[in-house]
Structure formats: structure tokens, C-alpha cells
Write a protein that binds this ligand. Structure first.
Ligand code: ADP
Ligand code: ZN
Length: 561
């Protein structure tokens, strides 16, 4: 069934699709011709022979003559009639019996057969292939990763045991090998031992199998994305170098963006002592103050490196107003973050968070809120077989009044995390309409739906694919980098020698690359200097921590390193 579908799909792609249009035009021409002949037939019969026929009879006569069936039940008895019948017969032979079959063969059948004969799946990579990335399992995460690999000119190969998928991916222009990933022969044929990295992105059991098979003959690092948290140890035992619990990470991401209770600031990641954290302004004394009035820096020593507004990271100036829904990105030490907690943590917090969808991501979000003692209500239309811990309101979240009856009016946060983007868009819209002040964080399963989720009223959209792709890319590149959002990273880099001795202002880092210096790590390993003054002198051996878009980061490396 699947193969019939993929064969039929062939006719909807590329040149075949163009040819389909030509065929449609030709058919339209045949219809017009038949109707025309039928009208002439009726006219001649009436005026030459005084016989009247219906239009249907006209079509019937035309078709029997054109197809050379010629039943002979309706015939002309005058010379002009004979001549007309001859013209119809000849055009029938020409257009129906010669041009049509010939066109069908040359436009469709021949290219299709040629395509089938021509495509011989690649079964191995040439000897000497090295430093390539091998990818098992195509999905939206890999689709988001590929442009990054391409732009960094990192060679990669996709491996699939599905013939139709191999054809399709090759038609898209990717380098594809057809073969079973768990077969040692195949792993050798794709030069797994000389590869730079292997990305095992299949089910957990298949990934375990790949690791075990590979470890029989090669030490190439394998990174896998984890489905079920309890499989992590098995994968490591089987020889995976890195296991990324993506669903858990995403759940935590979603949860921290809806609440302020518990630990105020959510630490995204750290570079040694320097931590990069986010904190929602909602529920703190900073609401509706400007950054200058909030005095965060003076009170805590933390520096603000940007502010999220509807998913966009904006540079912050002293006049920037901290709105109820703003999320502030901070850099500083853990002591400084503690100081922030002292100021804001005493707030009575009445957060009530709704989580729609109790899959692995929803469950991880619930687990996170649970640990922070934030009350939440979970809604799912079915039981999660892997979780016995959480109490769930059972029902279809899109159902009329379900959210209202569950008390969404009183909610402070809404996490929308079903596995279907249309449902997520619908639920975001419903949530926003029912409670205009609720903070909505939605999950996008596919990159192309991020915009629609924002349009539906989400305050924050977390895209599975871009988070996954960024983590994978940082692993492959062994980059010390923190993903803030699609395109914006905080990264670390040793001071390029040609900048030694200059001041930050004199280094022209921002001017030349677009990156900004978030912090400096002094040579002697003492405390990091966050948001250093422009007059600070850069010395040999220092570490720089910078923020910038992927492009700025590249420009920085090209220009300075
Ligand atoms: P993941 O593990 O990636 O979070 P899942 O497919 O396991 O994804 O989970 C999605 C969850 O969302 C499922 O438990 C499913 O029942 C739930 N879900 C999907 N649509 C609805 C809906 N309309 N109402 C309630 N729950 C839904
Ligand atoms: Zn759960």
C-alpha cells in the first residue's frame, strides 16, 4: 500500500507534475472538440436531411465515429454529411488513437520506467570517506539540523532501510545510503569507524542496537535523542557517548516559562562560574518598572543581557519597561542569583498552571512544577501508561467548556503540549480568548507552525525541532554554547591574540561582528567580570563570553580568530 502511494506520488512531483498539466489541457481540448462536432452534426442533420437529433445523440454519434466503432445506427445520406463523417473519423484516429497513447507513453510511462531503472540506491560510501556525520532517522529535528550542517560545510549522510524514503531523500538532493542501521556490514560500508559523529535518532531499542553493533569495531562517538527517561542508562551502557533527554528538557523549558514560584530564575546553563538565567517578571516587585527603576544590577550585581517579548530577544536599555509578561535574561554568579531570590522570593505566589497534554513532555513539565511546589492541573484525553504519579483531568481539551469547567479563568499559566500542532494552535487561541491575562507557553512540533502559535496568542513558543537541532549541533561541534532562541547563542571563546592589549571599546567587537561581550574570565581564574565596562583592557589568556546571532558568531570567528 505504502509503495503504491509512493509510486503515485511520483506523478505529483517535478516534471511529471508539469506533464500532468499538459494532459489535463489535452483532455479539455478533446472535450471541446467532441462538443463542437456534436453541434455540427445536429446542424447538418437538420438542414441537409431534415432530421432532428438531441445533443446527447450528437455526442454519442461523435464518439462512435471518433473511436472508429461506427455502429451505423445513425448515418448521413448526403455528400456533405459523408465528408463531415470522414473528417470526424480522421481527427478521432489522429487525436484519440495516435496522439493520446503516444503522449501517455512518452510523457508518463517512459520517464517513470527510466526513473525506476536509473535509481540504484547507494549501498556504501567510497573508501577514504572521513569526518562525516552519519544520521539515522529523518524527522523535524534532523530537518532543522541539516541547514546548520550545510552552512558550516559539514558533510553528512542519511541512512535509511526504507527504499521509498531513500528515493525521496535523494530526490531532495541529500546524500543517502540505503541499508539497515543495525547491520554491521552496513555500518562498515558507510565508514562508521572514520566518521566524526553518529546521530542515532531512531527508537530507543534501535539506538541501543546501533551502539552495540558499532562498538564491536569502532569508537566513533554516538549521540542519541532519548524517548523514555528510564532508557538513558541502557543507552550509555550500550556505548552511546551522549544521550539527550530532549523531551525532559523541553518539558522543563515549557514549565519554567510559565511560573515564578520556587526558584525564581531558571538557570539555562553556565560557563564555569557564570550562569545565564531567565526570570519571569510576573509576580515580582519589578512589574511595570523601567530597568533603571528596577535597579537589578545595583541590588544584585546581575546584569541584564536581554528581554524576551513574544519569543523575541530584545536588547535592554535603562528605559526598557518590564512588562507583566516579560522574561528577563540575566548573567551572573549563583550568589548574585540568590540575592535576586531574596528580593523577589518572598512574594506570595498564587500561580495555578494548566498543562494540556500529558505525553512525555507534558509529564516532564508537571514533574518540574511538582518539585517547585507549584499547583497545576493536567488535562489529557487518555492515560499515560508511563506515569502513575500525576492526577489528570480526563477529556479532550478542545471539547466545549472543558477548560472553563476546569477553572482556566483562575489560571496564571497555560502550557499547551499535545503532539498535534493544529490542536496546539486551537488550544492557544481558546486559552487566550477565555483568559486574556494568562501566560501561554506553547509547543511547536513543526518549525513552520511557530508563527501561527504566536499569532494565536502564545507568549512563548518552544519549537521541539529547533531546540533539538541546536543541542545536536552544539554536541557535534563540541561548542560551548547556550541556545537562547533560534539564531541567538551565548558562547565562550579564548581571547583572540590580536585583541590583546586593547580595550573592549577599542576592540570593535560589536562593530565588526555584531556580538556583544557578556562577561570576561580573568587570566588568574578569579571571579568572572559580568558586563565589563567599555574601558576594560583585554589581556592575553582571558576568556570572553559573548552573545550574538549564529551569523555574528561566525563573523566573529572569521574576523578575529
Ligand atoms: P510527547 O511524548 O512528545 O509529549 P505524546 O504523543 O506522547 O507526545 O503526547 C501528547 C499527548 O497529548 C498525548 O497523551 C495525547 O493524549 C494528548 N492529546 C492530544 N490531543 C489532545 C486533546 N485534544 N486533548 C487532550 N489531550 C490531547
Ligand atoms: Zn506524569
Amino acid at each position: 500500500m505504502k509503495s503504491i502511494a509512493s509510486e503515485l506520488a511520483y506523478f505529483l512531483r517535478g516534471r511529471a507534475r508539469q506533464n500532468l498539466k499538459v494532459l489535463a489541457l489535452y483532455c479539455a481540448f478533446l472535450v471541446v472538440m467532441t462538443l463542437g462536432y456534436a453541434s455540427v452534426f445536429r446542424y447538418l442533420m437538420l438542414h441537409l436531411e431534415g432530421r432532428e437529433f438531441s445533443f446527447i445523440a450528437g455526442i454519442y454519434w461523435t464518439l462512435t465515429v471518433m473511436t472508429t466503432l461506427g455502429f451505423g445506427d445513425i448515418t448521413f445520406h448526403t455528400d456533405p454529411g459523408y465528408i463531415f463523417a470522414a473528417v470526424v473519423t480522421i481527427s478521432g484516429v489522429l487525436f484519440l488513437l495516435i496522439i493520446l497513447p503516444f503522449g501517455m507513453i512518452s510523457l508518463f510511462l517512459a520517464p517513470w520506467i527510466e526513473n525506476r531503472l536509473r535509481y540504484k540506491p547507494t549501498l556504501s560510501l567510497p573508501e577514504g570517506t572521513r569526518d562525516h556525520i552519519i544520521i539515522f532517522g529523518m524527522d523535524p529535528v534532523i530537518r532543522s539540523l541539516i541547514p546548520k550542517l550545510v552552512s558550516h560545510q559539514i558533510p553528512f549522510v542519511l541512512v535509511t532501510p526504507d527504499y521509498a524514503e531513500a528515493v525521496r531523500l535523494e530526490e531532495e538532493g541529500f546524500r543517502v545510503v540505503f541499508g539497515r542501521p543495525t547491520d554491521a556490514q552496513v555500518l562498515r560500508a558507510i565508514r562508521a569507524d572514520a566518521a566524526r559523529y553518529i546521530i542515532a535518532n531512531l527508537t530507543d531499542p534501535e539506538n541501543v542496537n546501533i551502539c552495540l553493533t558499532l562498538r564491536g569495531f569502532s569508537k566513533t562517538p554516538v549521540v542519541t535523542l532519548l524517548d523514555e527517561a528510564e532508557h538513558q542508562e541502557l543507552l550509555l551502557l550500550a556505548g552511546a557517548s551522549q544521550v539527550i533527554p530532549l523531551k525532559k528538557i523541553l518539558g522543563r523549558y515549557l514549565a519554567t516559562r510559565t511560573t515564578t514560584q520556587g526558584a525564581m530564575a531558571h538557570v539555562l546553563d553556565s560557563f564555569g562560574k557564570l550562569q545565564i538565567a531567565e526570570f519571569p517578571v510576573h509576580g515580582t516587585p519589578f512589574v511595570n518598572l523601567s530597568l533603571a527603576q528596577a535597579c537589578i544590577r545595583q541590588q544584585t550585581g546581575l546584569s541584564v543581557i536581554g528581554i524576551w517579548e513574544r519569543g523575541e530577544l530584545k536588547a535592554a536599555s535603562s528605559e526598557t519597561i518590564l512588562g507583566e509578561n516579560s522574561l528577563v535574561v540575566l548573567a551572573g554568579t549563583s550568589q548574585q542569583l540568590d540575592a535576586l531570590e531574596q528580593i523577589t522570593g518572598e512574594q506570595a505566589c498564587d500561580d495555578l498552571i494548566f498543562i494540556l497534554g500529558h505525553g512525555r513532555i507534558g509529564c516532564a513539565a508537571a514533574g518540574f512544577l511538582d518539585r517547585k511546589a507549584v499547583p497545576f492541573i493536567l488535562v489529557d484525553r487518555q492515560e499515560n501508561p508511563h506515569c502513575k504519579e500525576h492526577i489528570v483531568v480526563e477529556g479532550d481539551a478542545t471539547g466545549r467548556n472543558l477548560l472553563k469547567n476546569a477553572g482556566i479563568d483562575a489560571g496564571k499559566g497555560l502550557i499547551v503540549t499535545t503532539n498535534d500542532d493544529s490542536t496546539n494552535i486551537f488550544l492557544t487561541l481558546t486559552g487566550r480568548r477565555t483568559n486574556p491575562h494568562i501566560r501561554i507557553v506553547s509547543r511547536a512540533n513543526r518549525e513552520e507552525n511557530v508563527e501561527q502559535l504566536y499569532a494565536a496568542g502564545a507568549d512563548f513558543v518552544v519549537s521541539n525541532a529547533s531546540v533539538g537541532a541546536n543541542i545536536l549541533f552544539n554536541v557535534i561541534e563540541s561548542k560551548e554554547s547556550i541556545f537562547l532562541t533560534e539564531g541567538i547563542n551565548v558562547f565562550r571563546c579564548p581571547l583572540p591574540p590580536k585583541l590583546a592589549g586593547r580595550t573592549i571599546a577599542g576592540s570593535e567587537i560589536r562593530l565588526r561582528s555584531g556580538c556583544s561581550v557578556v562577561a570576561i574570565e580573568p587570566v588568574d581564574g578569579s571571579e568572572v567580570l559580568v558586563s565589563p565596562e567599555p574601558e576594560t583592557v583585554l589581556t592575553q589568556g582571558m576568556g570572553l563570553i559573548l552573545i550574538g546571532s549564529s551569523r555574528s558568531e561566525e563573523t566573529f570567528h572569521q574576523y578575529f580568530s
